[in-house]
Write a protein that binds this ligand. Structure first.
Ligand SMILES: [Zn+2]
Length: 344
């Protein structure tokens, strides 16, 4: 007698819970099993976490399963109600497909994340001059070209490239009024500030010390990481002098020298390919006397992109594709250096 009572209780419990589950369906929870599909696949296909929904699925589809767990292709099955489970804290955050940063301007603010080959690298990008100081100036037809605007555009393009490969990038000098620009003549303005929003002082030493401080402050924050500083300038020499791209580093910095050499190597090989017969005379040398090189903490490469007064060099700047190529080549050298530093 007692056994029969237990049996009845069990049966009714089973039907009760079964009825409860059944009551939760609506018609759009019916799915058709595809050829070769298992319970895990059909759950995944319907955005139900398989581990959590496997048992409920079996429970409500019992009669339609072959050998308790196999789906019959072409048969319809009921999907269990979605159960929300907390995301485990240890799960690696998924890499976004793109990031938005309005600093790069309307046409370039969306940055596709291509891969993570520069993950862990920290870059400080400093474009020369800015604010009240236009830097070197060169006449181009009826226009005046100013160093700070062209250095800034190349630096922005470089920053965007580096971000798209997962690097941490600090644009130490910023201009909220200009993103990446594709026009030839980049209008001179004075709207540049530092990364923390400070106006740039007119006095040269104050101006340099200000960006040194911005970099060094961040450097301590990232202590232990691979950190590099890239300063980008345009030179001014006599009008007739067509020059190449030059790279300077600190005499005592082995890491700075290596970075400079890696970028230099890319420029040498690109010149061979794109301008065969034209020798590349750009060099890597130490210039520890330069204020930025002497006073900043991360290994630094200081780049002079050409002579703003020379007509041939000006074509390197006024054609936006050339500015992008400069950024791409610098990026390639930077990437080679990070890879080698990681392998060491
Ligand atoms: Zn300069």
């Amino acid at each position: 007698m007692i056994y029969r009572n237990i049996f009845i209780v069990l049966i009714s419990t089973f039907f009760l819970s079964f009825a409860d589950v059944r009551a939760q369906y609506v018609d759009d929870n019916i799915v058709v099993a595809q050829e070769g599909e298992g319970i895990y696949e059909i759950l995944r296909r319907n955005e139900l976490e398989p581990n959590v929904h496997h048992s409920p699925f079996i429970l409500i589809n019992k009669e339609k399963l072959k050998g308790d767990t196999l789906l019959l292709p072409g048969s319809t099955y009921l999907l269990p109600e979605k159960i929300f489970t907390p995301i485990p804290a240890k799960a690696a955050p998924e890499r976004p497909k793109s990031v938005i940063n309005p600093l790069f301007g309307r046409n370039y603010e969306k940055i596709p994340i291509i891969d993570n080959r520069l993950e862990g690298a920290v870059y400080y990008l400093v474009s020369g001059h800015g604010g009240p100081d236009p830097g070197a100036m060169g006449r181009y037809g009826s226009y005046m070209l100013s160093e700070d605007e062209y250095a800034y555009d190349v630096t922005l393009r470089l920053a965007r490239n580096l971000i798209s490969h997962g690097a941490t990038v600090y644009m130490i000098i910023q201009d909220n009024t200009n993103g990446i620009r594709d026009e030839s003549i980049l209008k001179l303005d004075r709207t540049e500030t530092t990364i923390s929003g400070q106006a740039l002082p007119l006095n040269q030493k104050d101006r340099l010390q200000q960006r040194v401080d911005e970099v060094n402050k961040l450097f301590y924050k990232h202590q232990g990481a691979y950190q590099r500083l890239i300063a980008i300038h345009v030179d001014s020499r006599s009008q007739g002098q067509n020059i190449d791209v030059f790279f300077y580093h600190h005499d005592n910095s082995e890491s700075g020298r290596k970075l400079a050499q890696e970028i230099h190597a890319v420029f040498s090989s690109k010149y061979d390919r794109h301008q065969p017969g034209r020798d590349y005379h750009g060099t890597v040398s130490s210039r520890s006397g330069l204020y930025m090189i002497r006073n900043t903490l991360p290994p630094i490469v200081y780049i002079e992109l050409g002579n703003i007064k020379n007509y041939r060099d000006q074509l390197r700047f006024v054609i936006s594709d050339n500015r992008q190529a400069l950024a791409n080549w610098i990026e390639l050298g930077i990437t080679n250096d990070f890879k080698k530093a990681s392998d060491r």
